[in-house]
Design a protein around this ligand. Structure first.
Ligand SMILES: Cc1ncc(COP(=O)(O)O)c(C=O)c1O
Length: 485
């Protein structure tokens, strides 16, 4: 609860009294009330400064200088009305009751648009990128690419790591370097970002969509087993929303059928399955550093693998298929999928903060759990035994009967309150892009979760206070109480 008494002074106060109150750090604003507690005006830091510059004695009554023509709102108005008054004009909006007494103050920052994700660039990012620019080694040849790869590799039990220009490029390289191409099938979950399937098509192979399980939102191992054909060459488990897939089952199916396992870890950096980091359980791990990911380089990705043959081809393919020992000898039809030194400089600084990012994310998860768990109709994301999800985006499901409104209605309320949210990934099997695949089969879980699931703001720099306010907003909505309280 906000203590607004610190923002109040009597109109009988002197300028000095107001300055003293402002000095106590109450957001640079003091509301001035008469003997009946009715707010008559306000003084900001700037108002005081201007009064003194005009020669006002410090002991003079503040009433002579206060700002009486101020924007305020009456309590009980819809939240949108408050926001309309605030936007672009003022940073603080006093809320008065009918008697004119101050009952609350809305601070603009509190009500600023809350994106579903935003990067935190508060470490050595600027220092390293400046160093990179000053060195003039800004493309992929400078020292930062190697430094970033080394740091990433050390974090992943010294698995050799090769950076790429995006997570999509990492997945594409993993497939091509593994020799997957025309005539081959790769099993991909139906619920994932489209990149997981696109890269299979770009490699010339066919993605085979398999439904996910409601228990963990990743590949359903039983259905996966059934989807294997003589053409299947690889399985691509996606650790969706940071939830590790059932890697024991997937690895034993893969072993039985001699399949390659390429983990799509775009959303799961730092997540663990039975204590082991994702990306180091299958044969290849691929990561994304897009700006909404656990760490970012703006755009970027990484391939990690202990398979030396694959690693060498990834290294060549990302650089035009060039021989590693003889420049301009092209052994493969390759790509330019290299990360730049400037991106790697940011990535290195981000990796230095990975432990604090992940521990803050766990606090965010706890805050969401405690704020949402008792709200009827809200189903929290699964927590599997022996797995440590990093909850890349905190994603919940809505039981529309118990909650009292649909997922879409909830999302539009959140939008009105300037809280960003995202629907659960839409299933891929029905996407127009994959029409020519003529996909058959049922995908009830992927369809259902897309209809009822939504991701809430989750970011390395998100304050627990903001999460509290998101949860209490959702609670009020469910209780049918005015969300404007
Ligand atoms: C599951 C998944 N796979 C692959 C990607 C592709 O990564 P990028 O955007 O870095 O190409 C993403 C990211 O957006 C993703 O969420």
């Amino acid at each position: 609860m906000k203590d607004i008494s610190k923002n109040l002074c009597s109109v009988e106060c002197s300028i000095r009294d107001v300055m003293e109150s402002l000095n106590k750090g109450v957001n640079g604003i003091i509301f001035l009330h008469d003997n009946n507690g009715v707010v008559k005006g306000l003084m900001t830091d700037g108002d005081v400064r201007r009064a003194i510059l005009k020669g006002a004695p410090l002991e003079d009554k503040v009433r002579k200088y206060m700002n009486t023509d101020f924007i305020y709102a009456l309590e009980g108005l819809p939240r949108n009305e408050y926001l309309k008054k605030i936007q672009g004009k003022i940073l603080q909006l006093p809320i008065l009751n009918e008697q004119g007494h101050l009952v609350d103050i809305l601070f603009f920052k509190e009500n600023a648009f809350l994106p579903v994700s935003s990067p935190s660039l508060c470490g050595n990012e600027l220092k390293y990128i400046t160093d990179c620019v000053l060195s003039s080694w800004i493309s992929s040849q400078g020292a930062y690419v190697k430094k970033f790869e080394k740091k990433f590799s050390e974090y992943h039990y010294d698995y050799p790591a090769l950076s790429t220009s995006s997570g999509t490029a990492a997945l594409h390289l993993a497939l091509v370097a593994s020799g997957i191409g025309p005539g081959d099938e790769v099993i991909v979950p139906d619920s994932t970002f489209a990149a997981s399937a696109n890269v299979v098509i770009h490699a010339g192979a066919r993605p085979v969509f398999v439904d996910i399980s409601e228990d963990h939102w990743t590949l359903n191992p039983e259905l996966l087993q059934k989807a294997i054909t003589p053409r299947t060459k690889a399985i691509m488990p996606v650790h969706l929303y940071g939830q590790p897939a059932c890697m024991d089952e997937i690895m034993s199916i893969a072993e039985e059928h001699n399949l390659l396992v390429i983990e799509d870890c775009a959303e799961s950096l730092g997540a663990r399955y039975k204590g082991r980091l994702t990306g180091t359980i299958g044969h290849i791990g691929c990561f994304s550093f897009f700006s909404n990911k656990v760490i970012t380089t703006g755009e970027g990705g990484m391939v990690i693998t202990k398979r030396k043959d694959i690693l060498q081809r990834v290294s060549q393919l990302r650089d035009h298929g060039m021989s590693l020992t003889e420049r301009y000898r092209h052994e493969y039809v390759g790509f330019n999928y290299r990360l730049t030194g400037m991106q790697a400089a940011v990535g290195l600084a981000q990796m230095e903060q990975i432990d604090s990012f992940l521990s803050h994310r766990q606090k965010i998860v706890m805050e969401y759990e405690s704020g949402l768990k008792d709200i009827p109709g809200i189903i929290l994301p699964p927590r599997q035994e022996e797995t440590d999800s990093i909850f890349w985006l905190y994603t919940i499901l809505i039981d529309e009967i118990k909650f009292g409104m649909t997922r879409d209605t909830l999302m539009s309320h959140l939008k009105n309150a300037r809280i960003d949210s995202r629907p659960f990934f839409p299933p891929l099997h029905g996407q127009p892009a994959y029409k020519t695949l003529a996909v058959e089969g049922d995908f009830p879980v992927a369809i259902k979760l897309h209809e009822v699931g939504l991701s809430l703001p989750t970011a390395n720099n998100l304050s627990l206070e903001r999460i509290k306010s998101v949860c209490s907003y959702i609670k009020k909505l469910q209780q049918g109480r005015s969300v404007d309280e």
